[in-house]
Ligand binder design. Sequence first.
Ligand SMILES: NC(=O)c1ccc[n+]([C@@H]2O[C@H](COP(=O)([O-])OP(=O)(O)OC[C@H]3O[C@@H](n4cnc5c(N)ncnc54)[C@H](OP(=O)(O)O)[C@@H]3O)[C@@H](O)[C@H]2O)c1
Length: 290
Amino acid sequence: MKNTKKIILITGSTQGLGKITATELAKEGHQIIIHGRNKNKLEKVRNKIIQITGNNNIDIIVADLLSLEDTVKMSNEIITNYDKLDILINNAGAFFNKNREETEEGFEKTITLNLFAPFILMKSLADLLAKSDEGRIINLSSAMHKRGGKPNFSDFQLKNDYKPDKAYGLSKLYLIWISRHMVSYLKDRGINNVTVNVCHPGAAATNFGQDADKGFLFNLIFKVALLVMDKPEKGAMTSIYLASSPDVKNVTGQFFGNRNNIQKPDDRYYSKINEQKVWDYCIEITKKYL
Ligand SMILES: NC(=O)c1ccc[n+]([C@@H]2O[C@H](COP(=O)([O-])OP(=O)(O)OC[C@H]3O[C@@H](n4cnc5c(N)ncnc54)[C@H](OP(=O)(O)O)[C@@H]3O)[C@@H](O)[C@H]2O)c1
């Protein structure tokens, strides 16, 4: 009989949508690898998930995705410790401060966490996902991908024109584009059993963006929005659906909003050439680490 238990890696699963996604998928009996950057926090979350679900197959992996070196180390650990990976959910993401900040490796933080990290994980775990009967990559974008404005490829990391919403919007737009590119990358490598889809979880009342100093107006908007946003359980529904529903077994390269609702992302600035530019830029930045 075919083994229906999956091995599922969910980045940023210490809180918010990732934690709910991990808990719900653990209820289905799958082996879940929860990820975060703080070991103590992760251990607490693991214990809680085991307590709620009765599923002991919860592993933890620690990595700061603001470090490309750490992200590559994480993917190497996964490759060493698992024979296959069925589902990769690139869920970790953040909205940063009003002033532009760089990582210790010298990259703008928003683009690093929301774009370079999922790029590294998708690309370096592709062969492990190909060992699954039915591999799935799920990338969390955002409706804010419409709000980044026109991409400027000569200032990719927004050295000259940084605003936190612009950086966030563009990082989530580029994530859609590299997800599309990943579909052809897999095909070119003869991998036909791994799908790649992107989703927008809706506006969900998590801790998302609450701790950043985004400037007076954004700080206020983020606080007030909490009162009217969806419950995180609703926000996590699309990731859970994409990870577990047989309906999307052969669906790839799509953008999902609100569970099973395939939408058209904002393609104002999209072209195959621009998709390739973003992909090539990710390769150029990450090659030293891969
Ligand atoms: N909530 C919304 O309304 C909404 C809307 C659209 C899209 N999204 C997207 O949905 C995803 C999940 O958001 P959420 O609302 O659940 O946010 P959240 O509550 O802030 O959770 C974010 C998760 O990412 C992890 N993370 C942050 N920085 C990290 C780093 N440097 N290294 C490793 N892990 C890191 C956090 O871990 P720590 O515990 O270490 O902080 C946490 O587990 C994000 O990609 C976000 O952009 C959310």
